[in-house]
Design a protein around this ligand. Structure first.
Ligand code: PGA
Length: 262
């Protein structure tokens, strides 16, 4: 059950939408959700780098927060192929996603790298969406809690307490993500979000930890969204495939807000 006034709901469009597709998605989503109070909803979209500049011109900061899917930990330098926080700020981007499962498992990013990115993003006043989650193998071996705690301990190493408000955590079990993903059961989600909240309290103390929303992701869809949002320590949802069509995304958002209002 979300403890925040706002429900956090967002999507990462991965490497799917072109500039034109992102623009039309955002314009459509913005129109469909125009009547929803942003006092109760923090809606965010994380499209590909090349779309960010034009995306920012399509929707206002009040209605949709825009994020980048990755970032380098340096402002400038000999880092061919990377995008720096300075470059993101130039486009009006407010959020950066760090450590998505595909960054970790396809591109070999480590917790140490995620930590450098987190610290650098915070220095540039970007909000950070740190993604964590265990693999199927780690789950099978009973290592899930240790893995989640390690990803938080290392990923958030040296983050000062007064920056806690700029953090958002997305818990996405690797085995639940994508076309071959199996959604986690409500029981499992509740348990792991509890583990994450406890670790955040250990790292930042109770007051600061309470300011960090924990979102759930990995095969979130129309069938399980409301059930997930009811769970303790689930403050929002981070959705892939089910959000990439504006009408369906709007349906999920409304169903969750309806539950929250009841
Ligand atoms: P999915 O993706 O909802 O399509 O499983 C989630 C994610 O990768 O963040």
């Amino acid at each position: 059950m979300p403890q925040f006034k706002k429900l956090y709901i967002g999507t990462n469009t991965k490497m799917y939408k072109t500039i034109a597709e992102t623009e039309s998605f955002l314009i459509h989503l913005d129109a469909l959700t125009a009547d929803l109070s942003r006092e109760e909803l923090l809606l965010f979209v994380i499209p590909s780098f090349t779309t960010l500049d034009r995306a920012r011109k399509c929707v206002s900061k009040q209605s949709v927060m825009l994020g980048a899917q990755n970032m380098c930990w340096e402002e400038r330098g000999q880092y061919t192929g990377e995008i720096s926080p300075l470059m993101l700020k130039e486009t009006g981007t407010e959020l950066v996603e760090i450590g998505h499962s595909e960054r970790r498992h396809v591109f070999g990013e480590t917790d140490e790298m995620e930590n450098k990115k987190v610290l650098c993003a915070l220095e540039y006043d970007l909000r950070v969406l740190l993604c964590i989650g265990e693999t199927a193998e780690q789950k099978r071996l009973g290592l899930s809690d240790e893995v989640l705690r390690t990803q938080l301990k290392v990923g958030l190493y040296m983050v000062p307490n007064d920056k806690a408000e700029s953090l958002i955590i997305a818990y996405e079990p690797v085995w639940a993500i994508g076309v071959s993903g199996v959604p986690a059961s409500a029981e499992y989600v509740a348990e792991k979000h509890g583990v994450i909240r406890a670790e955040l309290m250990e790292l930042f103390g109770e007051e600061a930890a309470k300011k960090i929303p924990i979102l759930h992701g990995g095969s979130v869809n129309n069938e399980n969204a409301v059930e997930l949002i009811k769970l303790p320590d689930v403050d929002g949802l981070f959705i892939g495939r089910s959000a990439w069509e504006a009408e369906n995304f709007n349906k999920i958002i409304r169903a969750c807000l309806e539950f929250k209002g009841t």
